[in-house]
Design a protein around this ligand. Structure first.
Ligand SMILES: Nc1ncnc2c1ncn2[C@@H]1O[C@H](COP(=O)(O)OP(=O)(O)OP(=O)(O)O)[C@@H](O)[C@H]1O
Ligand SMILES: [Mg+2]
Length: 275
């Protein structure tokens, strides 16, 4: 497949020399990354970035920094459009463990999110109903979170964040626990949402490399460096960045069965033991 024409505009998010340690164990070390506005002629095209890496490498740690929940020991995380440092609440998050308000119904959880993002009561209600349908949750609106299955709870948490996030949405393991159809629907939804605003930006942490490659425009691979003797240096950084637009993989229907897709899938898998 041939690459779709696009170029890069302003920087949207920049992480510079960020380090974090728990006690004396470095988790992130001088980590740098940048997301730029993808400009695709004749399209409104947001950004979808996938963050891949082995378990325990520091993905959720980075997620918490990007969400403004934790502060780095050193370094800076900046949203460049308005030159603000990231603060809690600026970025929508779907965390690894799907927190919902336990004492509110599914509908109540969605309504709060809608009102928080400035929708009127009736707009929030219409939007909530549309999301319940979209996420296969019709008939679940009056239940409480404790009355839902794990996968249903997760879909409510995701719907809730789609309701109230502005431009940025971070998703930590959004596909875990979803059945095949729900995963497919969520992937389609992310792609669709990313085309609603030029500045929409999703960062998706996942172990599902196939799903990531099928919906992202960029993939970051997180891992640790090695010294000259081949010993691991503690503290993770971004080891590789894959531009899926240039490779002709992004925004292509039916890409998952194409040779270039399968080749990259194999290439990334082969990197894992060394990360
Ligand atoms: N509060 C904490 N105190 C001490 N160590 C921590 C704490 N939170 C995380 N860690 C350690 O930091 C490292 C990175 O954890 P993190 O949760 O970021 O990994 P991850 O890449 O998200 O893994 P997974 O894919 O399994 O979710 C791990 O070695 C973990 O044990
Ligand atoms: Mg994690």
């Amino acid at each position: 497949m041939t690459a779709i024409e696009c170029h890069y505009g302003d920087t949207i998010l920049k992480v510079e020399n960020v380090s974090v340690a728990y006690g004396d164990a470095p988790i992130l070390r001088d980590l740098n990354l940048e997301i730029k506005d993808l400009i695709r002629p004749n399209y409104t095209q947001g950004q979808v970035v996938g963050l891949l890496g082995p378990s325990g490498i520091g993905k959720t740690t980075l997620f918490r920094l990007l969400a403004g929940v934790d502060k780095p020991d050193s370094g800076v995380i900046q949203i460049e459009k308005d030159c603000r440092l990231v603060e809690r609440g600026m970025v929508g998050v779907v965390a690894q463990h799907y927190p919902l308000f336990a004492h509110r119904t599914v509908m109540g959880n969605l309504l709060i999110a809608g009102r928080r993002s400035g929708l009127s009561g009736s707009e929030a209600e219409a939007q909530s109903r549309a999301f319940l349908k979209r996420f296969g949750l019709e008939g679940q609106g009056s239940k409480y979170p404790a009355q839902l299955s794990g996968g249903q709870r997760q879909r409510v948490a995701i719907a809730q964040q789609f309701m109230c996030s502005d431009h940025f949405l971070l998703l930590d393991e959004p596909f875990t626990g979803l059945d095949l159809l729900a995963e497919e629907r969520l992937c389609e939804f992310i792609v669709e949402m990313a085309q609603t605003n030029e500045l929409k930006t999703f960062i998706i942490i996942t172990h599902d490399i196939t799903a990531a490659l099928s919906i992202c425009d960029t993939i970051w691979l997180m891992g640790r460096d090695r010294d000259a003797q081949g010993e691991v240096i503690p503290g993770a950084r971004i080891q590789a960045t894959y531009n899926l637009v240039e490779r002709g993989i992004a925004w292509q229907k039916g890409i998952t069965s194409q040779p270039e897709f399968l080749r990259l899938l194999g290439e990334i898998r082969a990197m894992f033991p060394r990360l």
